[in-house]
Design a protein around this ligand. Structure first.
Ligand SMILES: [Zn+2]
Length: 342
């Protein structure tokens, strides 16, 4: 959808995608209606007026009105920006003499966004890799964690069994130098045996058993390029953000001081707050001193050039009005429950 120049194929794919499972043998509309009925019935049995109220009973947001208020404030802040996004796309398509320029449809937006992104920012993700070797990024991340939380992270390889030679094990110590947690980092892609994406999960939750504290252990899993030809693992900026994100989830699990495993670390975190520490950590990737402490050319030591930093900043908000409206549309349609922390 981003790269096909065949508008007819884009239209065909778009329509097929948005109407999947809506007719014929795989029509699931009846199931959706039944799920909604059952949710309503369950909510009433439990003493709530509707499923949204039931869902919020175990979340941080106080009530449905507060959620709708937040969504409305995001919608009104994004709406004009989204109109401008569309106007920018139209203007760019006109400038490129596209026949569809004055009649852009849903199936044209991803294509023209991508063309405009290329024209505006003029760099691709691969160019930044030499500035982000894994070891340097980790040391910058651990320094940041030290400055923010007073913790010291050090290699603890050999202190716990691992499932692959590339997996590293780390200790987290408090300001007094005592271990308070450990984590595994399985950073590299292994397509034959490892699922794609990135995630954090708990290996052991903190608990107190007979007076002795059992320390928490986290798994951090990423899928970046392994070291090749004597080069270290070189990361894209997106991979750096992903590592910070998962590390944020990991911190919530590891810095807990709750001694009851049912409530320690990531156990029993309100679902609408679960992405808070991960987003908090991601934001540091755009903090100039932090980013420049991570980003140095792995061969020459040259710091990340300023023009790249400026482009990263500009690219961060590219089409973000439209992106926000899309998310608000999904939120309004349903709230979905998942069980892993991506
Ligand atoms: Zn996450």
């Amino acid at each position: 959808m981003q790269h096909s120049q065949r508008r007819d194929l884009r239209e065909q794919l778009y329509k097929a995608y948005v109407s999947r499972a809506a007719s014929g043998d795989y029509d699931n509309l009846g199931n959706i209606d039944r799920i909604l009925e059952l949710r309503q019935e369950m909510s009433n049995i439990l003493g709530f007026d509707n499923f949204a109220e039931l869902s919020l009973a175990s979340k941080m947001a106080p009530n449905v009105a507060a959620v709708e208020g937040l969504l409305e404030s995001l919608r009104s802040a994004s709406f004009e920006a989204a109109k401008q996004d569309l106007e920018d796309l139209r203007a760019y398509a006109v400038a490129q003499n596209a026949p569809e320029a004055n009649d852009l449809k849903h199936w044209d937006l991803a294509y023209w966004s991508e063309r405009l992104r290329e024209a505006k920012f003029d760099f691709n993700a691969e160019e930044l890799r030499p500035y982000f070797p894994l070891e340097q990024v980790l040391s910058g991340l651990f320094n940041l964690a030290h400055n923010l939380f007073g913790i010291t992270i050090s290699a603890a390889d050999g202190q716990a069994p691992i499932w692959h030679p590339d997996v590293c094990y780390f200790q987290v110590a408090n300001e007094q130098g005592s271990a308070i947690a450990f984590f595994y980092l399985d950073a590299y892609s292994r397509p034959a045996e490892k699922r794609g994406g990135a995630w954090m999960d708990d290996c052991i939750g903190r608990s107190k058993i007979g007076g002795a504290v059992r320390l928490p252990v986290a798994y951090l899993t990423c899928n970046q390029t392994p070291p090749v030809d004597g080069k270290p693992s070189l990361m894209t900026f997106g991979e750096v953000e992903t590592l910070f994100h998962e590390f944020g989830h990991g911190l919530q699990h590891m810095l807990t001081d709750v001694d009851y495993v049912g409530a320690s670390g990531i156990n029993n975190v309100e679902w609408d707050a679960v992405e808070l520490p991960s987003q908090f950590m991601e934001n540091w990737c755009y903090h100039r001193p932090t980013l420049l402490s991570l980003g140095k050319h792995y061969e020459t030591g040259e710091p990340l050039p300023e023009h790249y930093y400026q482009k990263l900043l500009a690219a961060r908000t590219f089409m973000s009005g439209s992106g926000m409206l899309r998310q608000i549309h999904f939120s309004g349609l349903d709230n979905q429950n998942c069980t892993s922390h991506y």
